[in-house]
Design a protein around this ligand. Structure first.
Ligand code: BGC
Length: 884
């Protein structure tokens, strides 16, 4: 079906809206504006059958269709590469293909509203939802988002732009107040939403959890009405993010149109507010009009969504092609594409699955999976031996906790002889009752609650989820022995929200609640039965107390305690570690779950047995490929820019083996690549590459295709070069996060501050080279102030493609403006030796600033430099354009 997207907002539609509206009772109207969690459909708003108005059946989201009904295609849909990967293609055709898959799969799984795209600007490199975004630049985000919306809506499915607005961090997401000035908002954060409205005709929007300048987004009439409707001309409807509405009359009068996911402050309460005259019938009518307009205008009354087959194989191939086009080759000394290898060591926590993906509501149950191992085996056949090792503990949400990495499982031996610790999990906070779960755990670390929900959790496949009963009410006892390879001081760091008791070699340390507070228990260390003869006795040589905190879920931060144990090489030390969710923050808070980690900073040179084993495999191979991953999910930001769970040490150790090494970063946001004590021969930023990742990775590594992506965000040298540098600008102080940096985010800040990023915005290598020549700039019209024309020549010996990037230089404005801004881009594919003339329109916005007096954009007259190149820091040609 390709029903018209353009044109849902017409006078004919309005006439039909009025006809229907006239037949609605007040109860009908309340029903239309109040969502419902329907256990058959998931997110939902009730139908009005007597008038032929269908239910609104909604599915997340921006990375594929998250189907709530297990009976619909077994709940499976195509798990596409993460949205940040889509942005990295810099290719609107890729966005069209991507969103067509989503549109078709929504339509054929009985969903008429798709909860995406997310066009929030990636302000902080460690943002938990950066992977769901289109990066740091408003033009790139807008172009990608507009193509996405058009393609979804061309399938007769409404798109939903989210999260409106200024929703740029996950820590404290449901309470934080984003303090932002009008210019920054209009110039940097709202343009993608503006483009989705004006160019994409997006049908719906989602108002975010956070506050903006003191008022919750759902209560914010300036955002919802003054800006979105009156200035930007949005005529569709705005739903609340799920649980983001906090009021009845206030949000209704501010311009929110539908409360989701169910009746919280609307429903019967809204009826009473209407009855009491706090919300007028005209206000309710407006909401109904906005909801009915796309429903009618997009033909959704007549063309009902159904449950039917979609072409899963074809969609899998699209997922693979987009993954290939999105992978960014950050560095390459010539090791790629791989040639003449006979033996490959493939190392990484998830090499045998596709669980390197973002967590939270954007997660999709795949139709088919091709793991990195399967993809490489298929590509190399029997000619090449591929040996594998995990090299680290499974990656779980606990990676989001602050503090050093967990003590790796391979240092522990459980009483039954397994590697790891035996764990007994109780559903009480005092170890009473029988354990609900008893099993060997790798590391002693947990982040449960929101992150533990099935379908939200993106842990390594080999880590079985714990039952939800344990989320916010548990006690757990870990037992086993610890054996270290080097005698020395081990700084054990316990991260916890809730009390704990730690005993290593009989030396007991209790958290401060247990030492001094009411929570003290009569704890006796439990000796592990399997401990070998000559059990070691640890000496505590120092307790440094709390060393800070962090972690954001539901605003309750964990404490960090550091205890130094002096341990002898080879001696098995009995370990008992007990933890309970007995902190008051857990009471009745189902979003918050256990937060605990037994971590450490071992003496230099101590590698875990897992790392040693992986390194030994690497040593014997012609090339080592390490697929490293992060854990990223809504609800929490990453605690730092590094890889979690010992993977930095894994990479450092493999690099030191001397075997040529390719690091594949399966992450949705920037990673610090400077901490491995050396540089891998190649680094491939593969993002979260989706269900077809194995095929894509194999094709890119072997050179069947080029890695086609370019960075949609900066990889900064340090978080100190970003808003993360100060608590005031991130994550905020006393509930307020100040956007003091104004428009200087990402490459705009790097340029303005004269900083040297590790990898610049727009950067990415291919397998061939391109020359740029003969720049000319012609005058433009309308939204384009000029057109840059440049000749691009493929100077290498194989076909390839280039993203030609055009930046506008500094404008002559009375306010501080960035040294350069992305003005346009184009993708060109060329055979060896071939040239093409590429024309790129220069956007008016890139040479304008937002003037707070006139509340409008101003384009100062004058000549502006035009910079053309292969990244924001690889400018090959400059010219100028007259504007004004
Ligand atoms: C997320 C939204 C999502 C909604 C429904 C919220 O937690 O912020 O992006 O669409 O849940 O799953």
């Amino acid at each position: 079906m390709t029903s018209a997207n353009a044109g849902w907002d017409t006078p004919e539609t309005d006439a039909r809206v009025e006809e229907l509206l006239a037949q609605l009772t007040i109860d009908d109207k309340i029903s239309l504006v109040t969502g419902e969690v329907n256990w058959d459909y998931g997110f939902y708003a009730r139908p009005l059958d007597r008038l032929g108005i269908p239910a609104l059946q909604m599915a997340d989201g921006p990375a594929g269709v998250r189907i709530n009904r297990g009976d619909v295609h077994e709940g499976r849909a195509t798990q596409l590469p993460a949205p940040i990967a889509l942005a990295a293609t810099w290719d609107v055709d890729a966005a069209t293909d991507y969103a067509t898959v989503i549109g078709v799969e929504c339509r054929t799984t009985d969903h008429n509203v798709s909860l995406g795209p997310a066009v929030d600007i990636a302000r902080v490199p460690i943002g938990g939802r950066t992977f769901e975004s289109y990066g740091e630049d408003p033009l790139l985000a807008a172009r990608t988002g507009v193509a996405f919306v058009k393609a979804v809506q061309a399938e007769g499915v409404q798109a939903c732009a989210k999260h409106y607005a200024i929703n740029n961090q996950e820590d404290h997401r449901s309470s934080i107040d984003a303090v932002i000035d009008e210019r920054t908002m209009m110039e940097l954060y709202l343009p993608p939403f503006e483009a989705l409205v004006q160019e994409g005709q997006v049908a719906s929007m989602m108002a975010s959890f956070n506050r903006v300048n003191g008022t919750f987004a759902c209560d914010n009439s300036e955002l919802l009405t003054d800006i979105l409707r009156d200035r930007l001309g949005f005529r569709g409807w705005i739903m609340s993010d799920y649980g983001a509405n906090h009021s009845t009359a206030e949000s209704a009068n501010a311009g929110l149109d539908q409360e989701q996911p169910g009746e919280g402050f609307w429903g019967a309460k809204l009826w009473h507010a209407w009855n009491d005259g706090e919300v007028s019938e005209e206000t309710l009518d407006e909401k109904v009009r906005r909801i009915l307009r796309p429903l009618i205008g997009m033909g959704q009354l007549e063309n009902r969504t159904t449950i039917e087959d979609f072409d899963a194989e074809a969609h899998h191939d699209i997922a693979q092609s987009i993954a290939e086009r999105s992978m960014v080759l950050l560095r390459n000394d010539g090791v790629l594409p791989l040639r003449g290898v006979r033996k490959i060591a493939l190392i990484g926590s998830d090499v045998d699955d596709v669980t390197a993906k973002g967590g939270g509501s954007s997660q999709v149950l795949p139709t088919k999976v091709v793991s990195p191992l399967a993809g490489l085996r298929e590509a190399f056949g029997d000619d090449v031996e591929i040996v594998t090792a995990y090299g680290s503990n499974p990656i779980t949400p606990a990676a989001l906790l602050p503090g050093p990495d967990a003590i790796p499982a391979s240092f522990f031996t459980a009483p039954n002889g397994d590697k790891g610790l035996h764990a007994d999990f109780y559903t009480s906070t005092d170890f009473s009752g029988d354990p609900l779960v008893s099993r060997t755990e790798g590391a002693a670390e947990l982040l449960l609650g929101f992150h533990n929900f099935p379908g939200f959790n993106a842990s390594s496949a080999r880590y079985p989820l714990l039952p939800g009963e344990l989320n916010n009410k548990l006690s757990v006892r870990y037992t086993g022995t610890l054996t270290v390879p080097v005698t020395g001081d081990y700084e054990v760091v316990v991260t916890s929200l809730g009390s704990y008791t730690l005993s290593i070699g009989g030396v007991v340390h209790r958290s401060k609640e247990r030492v001094s507070g009411a929570l003290q228990t009569s704890y006796e260390p439990v000796a592990s039965s399997g401990a070998a003869a000559g059990v070691g006795h640890a000496a505590v040589s120092g307790f440094r107390g709390s060393v800070g905190g962090g972690g954001g879920t539901a605003d309750a931060a964990a404490d960090l305690d550091e205890i130094v144990f002096t341990l002898e090489a080879g001696a098995p030390y009995d370990v008992v570690f007990e933890y309970a969710t007995d902190h008051p923050a857990f009471e009745d808070n189902w979003l918050l779950g256990a937060k605990v980690r037994l971590g450490w900073n071992p003496p230099a040179g101590v590698h875990s047995p897992d790392v040693e084993a992986a390194t030994a495999l690497a040593r014997e191979a012609d090339v080592a490929i390490i697929a490293a991953r992060s854990y990223e999910a809504e609800g929490d930001d990453r605690p730092h820019m590094g890889l979690p769970s010992g993977q930095n040490d894994l990479i450092a150790s493999v690099l030191a083996s001397g075997t040529p090494t390719v690091v594949v970063l399966m992450t949705g946001s920037p990673i610090d690549t400077t901490v491995w004590g050396g540089q891998p021969n190649a680094i491939l930023q593969a993002w979260f590459p989706g269900q077809a990742q194995g095929g894509a990775l194999a094709n890119v590594l072997t050179g069947v295709v080029e890695p086609g992506g370019r960075l949609p965000l900066t990889v900064p040298a340090s978080l100190a070069d970003t808003p993360v540098a100060s608590a005031r600008t991130y994550p905020g102080v006393d509930g307020h996060v100040h956007y003091d940096e104004g428009v200087l985010v990402g490459y705009r800040a790097q340029d303005a501050g004269g900083l040297e990023p590790t990898y610049a915005f727009g950067h990415g290598l291919g397998y061939t080279t391109f020359a740029y020549s003969d720049l000319s700039v012609a005058a433009g019209e309308g939204d384009a102030v000029g057109t840059a024309s440049v000749t691009i020549t493929n100077t290498g010996d194989r076909a390839g493609s280039e993203i030609v990037q055009v930046y506008a230089g500094k404008i002559d404005a009375p306010v501080l403006t960035p040294p350069k801004q992305l003005a346009g881009y184009a993708k060109v594919s060329l055979q060896p030796g071939e040239s093409a003339r590429v024309e790129v329109p220069i956007s008016r916005r890139s040479v304008s600033y937002y003037d707070v007096d006139s509340h409008d954009f101003v384009t100062p007259a004058g000549r502006v430099e035009v910079l053309v190149g292969a990244s924001s820091r690889d400018i090959r040609l400059t010219g100028s354009v007259a504007v004004g």
